[in-house]
Design a protein. Structure first.
Length: 317
């Protein structure tokens, strides 16, 4: 899905006859970005025509809302535009998605808020629910991006609104991010599958974790991944009761961090499993080697490893 430039008419259109596309997923226009574009248009004019379709005596934007906004601020009378035939409701959305998939990454939340609309229109077209591959092919989004957007789609509206308000700020001033919510939701989903009893009210847990992040009790977004590892304690033969207790404590409004919960519950078990995996990989590699394959550096390293292993085994006796 793309703009059909060959069958479009390039013309100068009066600014006042152009309307914003109500289906445009892009709802965040950061002031600093607009100011940079405005200065460029003030100096060089509109270098890339906007794209519109005719709606009666007016025109509706398909691509170029920022350029149009800047022209309005600069009191320009007309703007160069490619005029094409009116698309179907589905094509209207897909055009905007595919244009930006090639040019720049939208904020995930703006995509997430429109994906249900696209899926609904695809259901009408296909007669069934589209799969992830079909949504990816239609929108130009990667399947990974679609999965990330789905976490934001499923957020309660209050958190979507909170995130939207934050995203309107310059990047340097944002305290919470889309990545925060994506990592948190992914981890809580894992916890719900492995230890559903530790989350009595998911909304309260969300608020506690967000507050801890804002207070720097949780100082790294990646720490949220440890919640899933704690919940899967049984997989590494760690104490499930201790892991359950750690999760319940970290989900309470206190100064208890995810990192501390991980260290006190499952860290040692995961470290042991990591060591075992490395030993098994090394053993398999050594089985493929003959004496002639060993240079002096490898021999020295192996002797040191054997010495250390024997010392550890002797200490266990």
């Amino acid at each position: 899905m793309r703009i059909d430039a060959e069958n479009s008419e390039l013309r100068q259109i009066p600014i006042e006859r152009i309307d914003r596309n109500p289906e445009n997923p892009r709802i965040i226009f950061r002031q600093n970005e607009l100011e940079e574009l405005l200065e460029s248009i003030r100096t060089y004019g509109v270098q890339v025509p906007i794209s519109v379709y005719r709606e009666g005596s007016r025109f509706v934007l398909i691509d170029g809302e920022r350029r149009w906004k800047c022209c309005l601020k600069l009191n320009k009378k007309t703007v160069p535009a490619l005029v094409q035939k009116k698309p179907s409701p589905l094509d209207n959305l897909l055009l905007m998605f595919n244009i930006h998939a090639l040019r720049e990454q939208w904020d995930y939340l703006t995509v997430a808020l429109k994906l249900p609309r696209i899926i609904k229109l695809l259901v009408h077209e296909l007669g069934r629910e589209p799969n992830e591959r079909e949504v990816s092919e239609k929108t130009g989004l990667t399947r990974g991006a679609i999965r990330r957007c789905k976490f934001l789609m499923d957020l309660p509206r209050q958190y979507q609104d909170e995130l939207l308000k934050e995203l309107n700020k310059p990047k340097s001033e944002q305290k919470i991010s889309e990545d925060l919510f994506i990592e948190m939701e992914r981890s809580l989903k894992t916890v719900e599958r492995a230890m559903p009893e530790v989350i009595e009210n998911k909304d309260i847990v969300r608020r506690v974790l967000i507050d801890k992040y804002k207070k720097n009790t949780i100082n790294n977004i990646v720490d949220f991944r440890k919640l899933g590892r704690i919940a899967r304690a049984e997989n590494v033969e760690a104490d499930k009761g201790k892991a359950r207790q750690a999760l319940r404590k970290v989900f309470q409004p206190n100064s208890y961090s995810i990192s501390l919960a991980y260290e006190e519950s499952v860290s040692f078990a995961y470290s042991e499993r990591d060591v075992l995996s490395r030993i098994e990989a090394l053993s398999a590699r050594l089985n493929d080697l003959g004496p002639e394959d060993l240079d002096e550096d490898v021999k020295t390293a192996l002797k040191s490893l054997v010495k250390r292993a024997l010392a550890l085994l002797k200490a266990q006796e």
